[in-house]
Design a protein around this ligand. Sequence first.
Ligand SMILES: [Zn+2]
Length: 121
Amino acid sequence: MHELSIAQSLIALACETAQREGAVRVIRLSVRVGALSGVVKESLLLSFNLAAEDTACAGAVLAIEDVPLTVMCPHCQAQQTLPSIYQFSCPTCGTPTPEVLTGRELDLVSIEVAEAAEAPH
Ligand SMILES: [Zn+2]
């Protein structure tokens, strides 16, 4: 499962960061997921919660920011947002747009950690 391996590497990275900063828990991870990354958000969240058990990431919030698919239209000379990932042509003029600007992202943006062991209830 694609999302599970992504979740596991996010968790590994976050746990490593927490350890390096002398923290005991990871509170929140922010990731950017592009429309073209092939990641199913719900599936990633589910995998994350499962894989986070018994790690410093247990109970952490995984915040996912969607990155739309945008391309450069050679005809309009402008950045265009594509409504579908299956049709690579400019929504304004119909020119094929092979040049992807955003949408391939799968980035860990930030990690928030806590130094105290207690859960913030
Ligand atoms: Zn165009």
